[in-house]
Design a protein around this ligand. Sequence first.
Ligand code: UDP
Length: 422
Amino acid sequence: MVQPHILLVTFPAQGHINPCLQLAKRLLSTGVRVTVATSHFAIRRMKNGYEDGYKSRDDVHHYMDELKRVGSLSLSDFIASNTKQGNGFTCIVYSILIPWVANVGRAHDIPTTLFWNQTATMFAIYYFYFKGYGDIIRNNIEDQSFSVSLPGLPDLTTRDLPSFFIPSNQYAFALPSFKEQFDILDEETNPTLLVNTYDALESEVFKAIDEYNMVGIGPLIPSAFLGGYNKEYMEWLNAKPKSSVIYVSFGSISVLSKPQMEELARGLLDTGRPFLWVIRAKEGGEEEEELEKQGKIVPWCSQVEVLSHASVGCFVTHCGWNSTFESLCSGVPTVAFPQWTDQTTNAKLIEDVWKTGVRVNHNEEGIVEGSEIKRCLEIVLGGEEMRRNARKWKELAREAAKEGGSSNKNLKDFVDQIAKGC
Ligand code: UDP
């Protein structure tokens, strides 16, 4: 039998690239060949050693259009030249926000599979939005008391729904892309969808959707490629008592306002606890010197390594799905501080479904005050129940990923299905 060759195409943001690289590794371990493709810009950025975030969101619509236009052409050329050299692809797997990849695959007669790199819950929310619940959500989303019941999901209020549903939100740019994605899926019969979750974590959601063959293949946790930077912070962690350190990170894109940074600093200092804080635009200066009397500030770190360190007792997170999943799989409870996109829904799941953390409240000016941050930290650091729950999900994640576990089996079934087409 010919060895299957999978082309894995990822949207060029770090939170997409990380799980795609891990997926590539898992696929390689099943014996297939894998090629990963993303934008030149993303590769240059990774070579710089860390993610520096988007500089501006003003032209994000334009960016999405250009990515589609230029990406379609160069991807098509790439596929054609590989085919010509006898190095063609059996299947294309692509991450979210680049649905046009499916059209490129079809033009070359190559089957495509969506890799949904958010929760199954997020997939279900968009699914129901485009299939019957769109009007009710659109008409009520700006009403703070609005709540919607979707099959298989907990009741969701405005603050739990993805920010892309709020029309006035400047970040609503992704909705057309999700619409295009569902239109593409609708042209197929019962398509398989690989989801970065595991079955037991979202079992009710899997049951609620039968139009697609959704399979959990997570956790896909980043590892070695992020290493190699200055690891002085690991020595700093080594010297701290067990479960004493607060780890703080807002991922690779989100930027907090200056007043919000000040409140966060105040909350952290008021706990009297050591903290490791990722500030991507770390500048030095007096304020940082003051903070470093109690904590440590780094521009980037190897997050999975940090989360698995015994001295880390709590994670203040923006609730990006990778960070959320990494904390669940490391058994670290969280203070959920969501910013946008799926993060609001992930915060809901953390607090009310998986029960591994507490979500912060904003004041009327939209700021989370230092006293609120301290309050949440004390609940999370003081409570045994959240830690116990986090440990439970960590164990279940290991079960899912090990030989014969649900995610391991789901991925192998997928590869077998592809190999039949060879
Ligand atoms: N990350 C990291 N070091 C840092 C900050 C983030 O390795 O200092 C990684 C983190 O482990 C995660 C990814 O960057 O895998 C961020 O993805 P996520 O989905 O959490 O958030 P996004 O950056 O997409 O908002």
